[in-house]
Write a protein that binds this ligand. Structure first.
Ligand code: ADP
Ligand code: MG
Length: 264
């Protein structure tokens, strides 16, 4: 897929070009090209070992690719080469990742967890003794509403259900005012009802934030799918709507070959 993308309706926020990453000679990412528009909700799928996690690691600076470029097109018009940057620098630019395992402060309230995200620069103590200004307060209340946790704001985060904890973590990314949110399997371990709510939450962010969601659950992908990228052997195999991708013979072969077609 070394041709320019054809879907440029809005400016790109991220361009990945010719990226390769080998582990002991094995190319986990192989000449990958990937373009993301500002405000997109992109779903990335692919079989185990396709390179999805390695791709996220490269975007967040956890892993350095062997060759290629990763360019963040900042909303102010400046391009930044992410490959030269460290993890914290990339995070500071506004690219953040939600892992599957929650990294919340269990003994602090939902509200304080959001406050801590809002004010990372002040540190924990600084934040807890910091007098809120109304702008911060509005922001936290806005996030609480988006993640459906307004009525739980005074509860210790450790007492939330599994699904609620995941939403809180998404809220913590939102409080950081990130430009690009990377979310790895948001529906893992959730009940059906929580999964549907998570889909609604992600869809509500579309347009205001740019999101890359890695997911396995086909029902969930069907719910949230806009543009879907199928990774296979470290490269983009197909890109398109869920309907197009799921009907593609090559995708069925490599990604869904292990399942019966009726499940797709
Ligand atoms: P996915 O997330 O799509 O399942 P990964 O990015 O985790 O795929 O892995 C892609 C391939 O790269 C796999 O074959 C995996 O074994 C290999 N791999 C990933 N990270 C490492 C590493 N740190 N050392 C060696 N091999 C790795
Ligand atoms: Mg993975």
């Amino acid at each position: 897929m070394n041709k320019p993308p054809v879907f440029r309706d809005t400016p790109f926020i991220l361009s990945v070009e010719g990226v390769t990453k080998s582990f002991d000679g094995f190319k986990a990412i192989n000449d990958l090209n990937f373009y993301l528009e500002e405000g997109e909700l992109r779903t990335v799928i692919g079989p185990n070992g396709a390179g999805k996690s390695t791709f996220m690691d490269i975007l967040t600076g956890k892993t350095n690719p062997d060759v290629g470029t990763v360019t963040f097109h900042r909303p102010d018009g400046h391009d930044v080469d992410l490959i030269k940057l460290k993890e914290y620098q990339i995070n500071r630019l506004g690219i953040g990742r939600k892992f599957q395992t929650p990294s919340i402060y269990a003994s602090h309230t939902v509200y304080d967890n959001l406050l801590l995200s809002l004010n990372r620069a002040r540190g924990i103590l600084g934040t807890l003794f910091y007098k809120l200004n109304s702008e911060d307060e509005d922001k936290i209340n806005e996030v609480l509403k988006i993640i459906n946790l307004t009525t739980s704001k005074s509860r210790p985060a450790g007492l939330l259900s599994h699904g609620q904890m995941q939403w809180l973590e998404i809220g913590m990314l939102l409080a950081q005012e990130l430009k690009i949110l990377l979310i790895d399997e948001p529906a893992a371990g959730m009940s059906d009802e929580e999964t549907v709510k998570t889909g609604e939450l992600l869809l509500s962010l579309e347009g205001k934030h740019t999101l890359i969601v890695i997911e396995h659950d086909m029902e969930f992908i069907r719910q949230i799918a806009r543009r879907v990228t199928v990774l296979h052997q470290g490269s983009v195999l197909k890109e398109g709507s869920f309907e197009n991708v799921k009907a593609d013979p090559e995708v069925i072969e490599v990604y869904l070959g292990r399942q019966t077609r009726a499940e797709i």
